[in-house]
Structures are given as C-alpha cells and as structure tokens.
Design a protein around this ligand. Sequence first.
Ligand SMILES: Nc1ncnc2c1ncn2[C@@H]1O[C@H](COP(=O)(O)OP(=O)(O)OP(=O)(O)O)[C@@H](O)[C@H]1O
Length: 384
Amino acid sequence: MIRFEEVTKRYPDGTTAVRDLSFAVAEGELVTLVGPSGCGKTTTMMMVNRLIEPTSGRIFVDGEDVAAVDPVRLRRRIGYVIQQGGLFPHRTVLDNTATVPSLIGWKRARARARAAELLDLVGLDPSTYGPRYPDQLSGGQRQRVGVARALAADPPVLLMDEPFGAVDPVVREQLQDEFLRMHAAVRKTVLLVTHDIEEAVRLGDRIAVYGQGSIEQFDTPGAVLGAPATSYVADFVGADRSLKRLSVTRIEPSDLAQPPVARLDEPAARAADRLRAEGSRWAVVLDAVGDLHGWAGAGELGTGGLVRDHARRMNAWVPVGASLKQAFGEMLQHDAGWVAVLDGARFLGVLTPAKLHEALRRSVDADARGVPRGEVRFESVADA
Ligand SMILES: Nc1ncnc2c1ncn2[C@@H]1O[C@H](COP(=O)(O)OP(=O)(O)OP(=O)(O)O)[C@@H](O)[C@H]1O
C-alpha cells in the first residue's frame, strides 16, 4: 500500500534526514517508526503526503507514484494526525471533525452526521463534546478528536505523528487500547511515528527501528525484541527487552499445563484417586457446564464428600490470545500460583510461572529460528 524506493531527503542546509530508504507497508498493516529524536521519522512520514518532497527516490501509495499526484488530491486520501491533534481553535469539535468531508464537497448535514459518528467511535459523546471548542477539552480528548478528524473522510491510509505523545502514561495507554480496537474494526494502512519503544511494540504489526537516517531493523515486535539485528537496536530496545516481550507474546494452547480436572458434583474420593494417579497436588475445579469454578487440594479431597465441599474459588483467568504480561498481572493481582486460560467460557488449561517462562523462552527461540512456537522444545528447570 505504501512503498519507499531508495528515498533520500537532503535539506537545503546539507542535513541528510533520510538516506536510501526502502521499505513497504502492506494494506491494512500498522507500522510504527521508532527511533531517537532527529533520526528522520517525521521527514519519512511527511514525504508520503508530500508535505516534504524527497531529494531522490520514489514513494508509491496504492501503486501510484505520489510525485505524479496532485498534493491536495493526495492528502484527501491520506488521514494525518499530529501531536495535540492540531485542531482549529476557533471551530467547534464537531466542525473540526467535519473539516475534510466539508472540504471534499459533502453537504453540511452529511458532513456533520459523519463527524458525530466518528466522535462516537473515538469515545466522545457528540452531543456533549461536539459543541465545545478545543480549549474546553482535556489533552487526551483533543487527541481523540484529532484521530476522529483524520478518519472522517474514510481514507485508506493514516499517517500519525506522535498521536498519543502529549498525555500522561495512563491516558496514553487507554488511547492506545482504544486505537487498537478501532484499528481492528476499520483496518486502515497506518504509519505511526513514535520515539517510545513501548508504544512502538504495543501498536505495531511491524516496527521500523531508525538509526541516523536509515532503518536498522524492520520486523515484528517479537523479532525486534527477541533478536535485535544490531547492537544499536539492542541498546535502543533496552536491557529489559524480555520484560517488554511479555506484552507482545500471546498465549497459545501449546503453552499450557494440563492439571487434573475435577467436577463440583463428583465424589471427592474419586477426584483424589485421579490426582494420586497423576502425581498432582491439586486439581482445577469446573462446574456442571464446564466453566471455571476454582481449585481443590489433594489432601482435602481425600477426606470424602463431594468436590464442592472442598473447592475454593479462583478468579484468575485470561482468554487465550491474551499476552503473557496480562497473565502474569492476573497471577500477581490474585496472588495465585497459576491462571486459567479460557476460550470463551471453555477451560483450555493453566499457565503457571514455569510455563510462562517456558512460553517466553520458546517464543524468543521461535522468532530467532523462524518456526512456530509449538515446534520449539527445550528442557526447563521446572522439568528437572
Ligand atoms: N527544514 C529542515 N531543514 C533542515 N534540517 C531539517 C529540517 N527538518 C528537519 N531537519 C533535520 O532532519 C533530521 C531529521 O528530522 P526529523 O524531524 O525527520 O526527525 P524525527 O526523527 O522525526 O525527530 P523528532 O522525534 O525529534 O521529531 C534532523 O536532524 C532535523 O534537524
């Protein structure tokens, strides 16, 4: 959808902002450009909508060389979000959001209806916020309006320059989550600039890590964190990259342990026999329809009665596909030695700290070798 071919930008004062840049962004893909200040990220982005012209090389959007497209027509097809939202201070939120549809000749009522729809999509009630002016909004709300405005004409491509940069970390994480949900629904091709590696990893399908004026590594978050291509990238992603990796590694069924399962209404002695046979000290307890209830220990089950007499509630669970970080968070929050992993309501297995560690190690190995995680085997301390 977006393709750079050997693009160089040299400013009149001799500064080379980017050198021989070649990369491509697939349709519907979200690529983050990350790197230290002054490395050329913004220059890269602004060449896509021709706010900056390259010195040499070519850039294609949807197969068309942008140099051959009228810049005004080009920008109508490309949404642009900048830090602080870049809103017009003297226009209401609704009119700000309706800017592009109005520019391309939509009737006022249609443009405003579309703007209201978009405000709703970014979590702002149009009847409350539509009539306000930008300075009557919080920083996070202004940024949402910026995103709504960029989406208003339904452009296939979205350029975002530090769109969540100007808010505190909590609001920032909220905005990122909302944006990811929205992106999953509307699936635009997105190029997003950030200097924050956490944000790059969290949002990007792939990440371009910039050195000075060129890309040092262009790969998935898992690969960048697990197998940095150069020592520069390793330094940039930081010594705690394994921790960051927790948030991008999704739980797969092959990661899970399968402890014995007992039903609430079965005789405890029968469950205790099963635990003994499997050499386990506890069982996961499911209710009559197979939903997670909690757990029960071998000792208590051995004293007879029904499983329900001994079962303890357990609320630590995550859906399959959640990140290892979420699973670890649940464990800590519930002070639990394991979390259940569910597919909808169906119990799939449990993640223990040892299994979590194993999943992390296998994902690093899988990325380095380019194979699926389920195929990676190794011995862990927990097996010994
Ligand atoms: N108009 C200009 N004239 C001369 N040099 C420029 C101009 N615009 C940018 N530069 C230089 O080009 C280099 C890349 O700038 P760019 O804005 O693309 O970096 P960036 O990675 O987006 O940085 P930041 O994260 O600080 O915004 C920098 O050295 C910058 O000083």
